[in-house]
Write a protein that binds this ligand. Structure first.
Ligand SMILES: Cc1ncc(COP(=O)(O)O)c(C=O)c1O
Ligand SMILES: [Zn+2]
Length: 398
């Protein structure tokens, strides 16, 4: 991989791009992909290019003919005037990541990650997942002809996501415990089973996911904005920050956005760290939230996530399950756009920060709706007040 390399964020140790290494073998810290700064990049290059993450070829690793793609990325950015008026913010946009091939932003990272698996000659891939990672890895590994093993927390994965993993032929193992325990088992067993490990601690996943920032820049034409992101393991918020930093590195932007990380109240170790201005994280043993995608107490990428919020002069905020549900219903009924609960946490977080005056009403916000509504069609997400007249005429609400 010409001029791409890996660097430890702790001790600075460097590794070649084709080395199979997930964390620093010297100090155990996370790795960053260092991009090829000899390449030239500009908006003019993009005209007429493929509408997927691969339109940003200069900023992505070069796999030649070995790219595993399902057309991920280049999702729509939709302006929402009605919801903006209700929330009381000047401009609001939604990035519809549910439009990705398997219905979540994970596809961006899996296209790069599974391409890398092929490059290094892996025959088998593995991940632990709250649902979307397994759905995405199952699809991309099927496309690439690789065997796929996924570990999930028993009873805590939305039905649509489990269906996806199984329909694409992944071997699904349930763990009696939460995501953090599933992750620990997956990480320990990956090398023994000869599997390439594709959770977001794998830095190549982040490379794919950073493309959402390129799209926001290209579609919106400015970056003096708030980007509001649900945070679980904090891989995605790290990726988004990396994307904007690279746009600055290649000389195409001057303004950095402010990154706003939203966690569920019952699973908010990163918000706790930033609120207390602590130097190290306190992991939570029993995370709980209806937004199962972000039901994570031990975020593996916490150092990168905290760095993204701090360096962007951003904000971390937590929201209750009721606030998430209110956000989802408000979004769905005012804009005709829905998403899974984790994505709706961005609406709840934005509302809270506007009400508290921590985001100005004259500002612009882009909420990243990370996953498709159909992934989690749970009954408790839709409790409506049906007009009484219908009931008196014998029609029963469901
Ligand atoms: C829909 C959805 N939103 C947000 C997240 C959180 O992303 P991250 O773990 O990278 O912080 C996930 C992760 O599984 C997800 O599936
Ligand atoms: Zn190191």
């Amino acid at each position: 991989m010409k001029n791409f390399s890996l660097r430890c964020i702790g001790c600075g140790a460097e590794y070649g791009a084709n080395e199979v290494v997930y964390t620093c073998s010297r100090c155990g810290d996370l790795l960053d992909v260092i991009v090829d700064t000899d390449r030239v990049f500009s908006r003019d290059l993009l005209r007429g290019r493929v509408e997927s993450i691969w339109r940003y070829a200069e900023l992505l690793p070069d796999f030649g003919d070995g790219v595993v793609s399902l057309g991920e990325g280049f999702t729509r950015l939709v302006r929402c005037e009605r919801l903006a008026r209700i929330l009381g913010v000047k401009e609001l946009y939604l990035k519809l990541e549910g439009l990705n091939p398997t219905g979540s932003f994970k596809d961006r990272g899996m296209s790069v990650g599974v391409s890398m698996a092929l490059r290094i000659g892996a025959r088998r891939v593995m991940c632990a997942s709250t649902g979307n990672t397994s759905a995405s890895l199952a699809a991309y590994s099927a496309r690439a002809g690789l065997e796929c093993i996924v570990l999930i927390p028993e009873g805590k994965v939305a039905i649509g996501k489990l269906f996806q993993a199984r329909i694409h032929g992944a071997k699904v193992y349930q763990v009696r415990g939460n995501f953090d325990e599933a992750l620990s088992i997956a990480f320990r067993s990956a090398s023994e089973t000869g599997a390439y490990f594709l959770n977001s601690v794998n830095p190549w996943r982040i490379e794919g996911q950073k493309t959402v920032s390129f799209e926001i820049w290209e579609q919106l034409g400015r970056t003096d904005i708030n980007v509001v992101v649900p945070v679980g393991n904090s891989g995605n918020i790290s990726a988004i920050w990396k994307g904007f930093k690279e746009l600055q590195l290649y000389g195409v932007i001057d303004d950095f956005p402010r990154l706003v990380g939203v966690q569920a109240k019952g699973a908010a170790p990163i918000v706790e760290l930033l609120t207390n201005n602590a130097s190290s994280i306190r992991f939570w043993d029993n995370p709980e939230t209806i937004a199962t995608a972000i039901r994570i107490g031990k975020p593996v990428n916490w150092k990168k996530g905290v760095r993204a919020v701090k360096d962007s002069r951003g904000i971390a905020v937590s929201v209750s399950d009721d606030e998430i549900l209110d956000g989802l219903r408000l979004l769905a009924t005012t804009e005709g756009v829905a998403c899974e609960p984790a994505g709706a946490s961005t609406i709840a977080g934005l509302k809270k920060l506007l009400d508290e005056g921590r985001i100005g009403r004259d500002e612009t916000a882009v909420c990243i709706l990370t996953g498709n509504a159909l992934k989690d069609p749970s009954e408790h997400l839709v409790s409506w007040n049906t007009p009484m007249i219908l009931e008196s005429l014998g029609a029963k609400p469901i």
